[in-house]
Design a protein around this ligand. Structure first.
Ligand code: DI6
Ligand code: FE
Length: 406
């Protein structure tokens, strides 16, 4: 006699398992959960020996794996709406940054902010993502840019993971920009990160990965390579903001270090695409930054597809280039701006997003996987990238437990 905690019945199921049927849709109509894991899914009529502490009919609603936001900068103080107005008036992102605005203005505010202020602001944004069907969120540091402030940000990320009921995957992004006190001394700053910050982060397990910004306005390839060698020595995987504003050889660099993901990629070269394919690195596309920066160079989506590079999508939630607090909106933009199919958009925010975080226990609905499940008020899974705005989430199950959205 199967003894389940929760049995969801009368459901339409998009497992997102790769295979013949689109969206991994099968004739299964029920899913059972035990100890936070999927214990069984199939046709209820064919299962006689069943007992569940709770049986819940979903009245024919669609369920999918809960969404995963695999790239965010959602811990920061203040916002940059005023800069957005200046950009609408024609000023460039680089000019504003050169005048001490941009990332460094958020750094100033975030350094000054207390842990509580950072926590409260981040929790608000995290719950917005959850209300849109998200159960796992990657959260980067990168607005501290000194040892104590970066540790402060990672501490907030860890606390969010402990208390929010969602999975938070912290990433060290100290190599986000050169801090003012190291202006023109980027190499020395990278040394500080490698010799002082990284060992402390690794020892105290404050981050699951190390990221960097390889770009003309941030760090060059040799500096990032030094950081990635140090990260690898500390047993940490790497991710890279690569080829966002120009071809810096970021895709090749990420592939060289077997990065979990290379993110942005608008200016990635064909050699870079091939390198990502051989390394098994995931391409994370970020349409929110693309549209907010009025970029016109699209990432090489067809080349990535042809090369077999897994495609993920994320919000890149940050105050400067992507104040986007909705993964379904990222899907809607990914379809319209980057030409992803609706099925690719959902795979990109479930299965492939899990891969971009090195997680193999979620992202599809199949037995023994973590029971992170989104229940939707939709006619078909394609609706999730068709509609823009509004909320179609009915309920969210995280680790087998109902997640309160109130
Ligand atoms: N690329 C981006 O678009 C963001 N970070 C990065 O590496 C910008 C972050 C900001 O402007 O605050
Ligand atoms: Fe980013």
């Amino acid at each position: 006699m199967a003894d389940w905690d929760l049995l969801l019945t009368d459901a339409r199921i998009a497992t997102m398992q790769p295979g013949d049927s689109a969206y991994g849709i099968s004739d299964a109509d029920a899913l059972a959960i035990t100890d936070g894991r999927i214990a069984w899914l199939g046709k209820l009529a064919e299962r006689r020996d069943r007992h569940a502490d709770e049986t819940r009919s979903l009245d024919g609603r669609w369920i999918t794996p809960a969404l995963i936001d695999c790239h965010t900068h959602l811990i920061f103080a203040g916002d940059r709406a005023h800069e957005f107005e200046r950009r609408l008036a024609g000023e460039s992102y680089a000019n504003i940054a050169a005048e001490g605005g941009g990332i460094l203005s958020t750094v100033t505010n975030t350094r000054k902010a207390g842990i509580e202020t950072l926590y409260d602001g981040a929790l608000r944004r995290l719950r917005m993502l959850a209300a849109d069907g998200v159960a796992t969120v990657e959260v980067k540091s990168g607005y501290g840019l000194d040892v104590s402030s970066e540790l402060k940000m990672l501490g907030v990320a860890r606390n969010l993971g402990i208390s929010s009921g969602l999975t938070v995957k912290p990433t060290l992004l100290a190599a986000h920009a050169v801090p003012p006190e190291y202006a023109d001394r980027a190499d020395s700053y990278i040394d500080l990160v490698c010799n002082e910050l990284l060992p402390e982060v690794a020892d105290s397990k404050l981050a699951d990965a190390v990221d960097g910004y390889c770009e003309s306005i941030a760090f060059n390839a040799p500096q990032i390579a030094k950081l990635f060698r140090a990260a690898t020595e500390h047993g940490l995987r790497v991710k890279l903001h690569a080829d966002q504003l120009s071809d810096c050889g970021g895709a090749e660099l990420a592939a060289h270090f077997k990065a979990l993901s290379a993110d942005h990629l608008e200016y990635a070269s064909s050699a870079g695409v091939q390198a990502l394919a051989s390394a098994g690195t995931v391409a994370v596309l970020l349409p929110g930054a693309y549209v907010t920066l009025n970029e016109t160079q699209r990432p090489p989506v067809q080349e990535l597809r042809d090369a077999g590079v897994p495609l993920a999508l994320a919000t890149d939630l940050n105050p400067g280039t992507s104040p986007l607090c909705s993964v379904t909106m990222a899907m809607a933009l990914g379809a319209r701006l980057f030409g992803l199919t609706s099925e690719e958009c959902l795979a990109a925010t479930t299965r492939e997003a899990a891969r971009a975080l090195g997680l193999d226990d979620r992202g599809t609905l199949e037995t023994s996987k973590r029971a992170d499940i989104a229940v939707w008020n939709i006619e078909h899974p394609r609706d999730l990238s068709y509609w823009m705005g509004g909320n179609r989430l009915h309920s969210l199950v995280v680790g087998g437990l109902d997640f309160s959205l109130d």
